[in-house]
Design a protein around this ligand. Structure first.
Ligand code: HEC
Length: 98
């Protein structure tokens, strides 16, 4: 399985679809609440995520996953962050913060 994942990511990067494009794809489902460029406060509750920086976004998403981060509506973000792998979180953060 691990070899398969590595092979797929090598093929993707050879096709020019690197991390940034994976992030673009993964971010699509976030845009409803956070805005196409991460420029909105989700439901009037979240920070403007594009201003959080790569490290800040990664910290928040990993924290939502393991329950160590968040405010009143963290349950909503836990559902968003739970299925993401560390590599996907890195790709998403790079996409949002750029
Ligand atoms: C259904 C609406 C919704 C969707 C979809 C959603 N979010 Fe959120 N997000 C929120 C809300 C509401 C908060 C504030 C939660 C809290 O109280 O901690 C938040 C918080 C965040 C934060 C931390 C901001 C802060 O205030 O500390 C980040 C980073 C974030 N979301 C990224 C994402 C990413 C990446 C995705 C897609 C995988 C996503 N969100 C999808 C509603 C959403």
């Amino acid at each position: 399985m691990k070899k398969f994942v590595i092979a797929v990511s090598v093929i993707l990067s050879l096709c020019g679809a690197g991390m940034a494009d994976e992030g673009t794809d993964l971010y699509k489902k976030c845009a409803t609440c956070h805005g196409v460029h991460g420029e909105k406060s989700a439901l009037g509750k979240s920070k403007i995520i594009k201003d959080m920086g790569v490290a800040g976004i990664m910290n928040a998403l990993k924290g939502y996953k393991d329950g160590t981060y968040g405010g009143a509506m963290k349950g909503m973000m836990k559902a968003q962050a739970a299925p993401l792998s560390d590599a996907q979180i890195t790709a998403i953060a790079a996409h949002i913060a750029k």
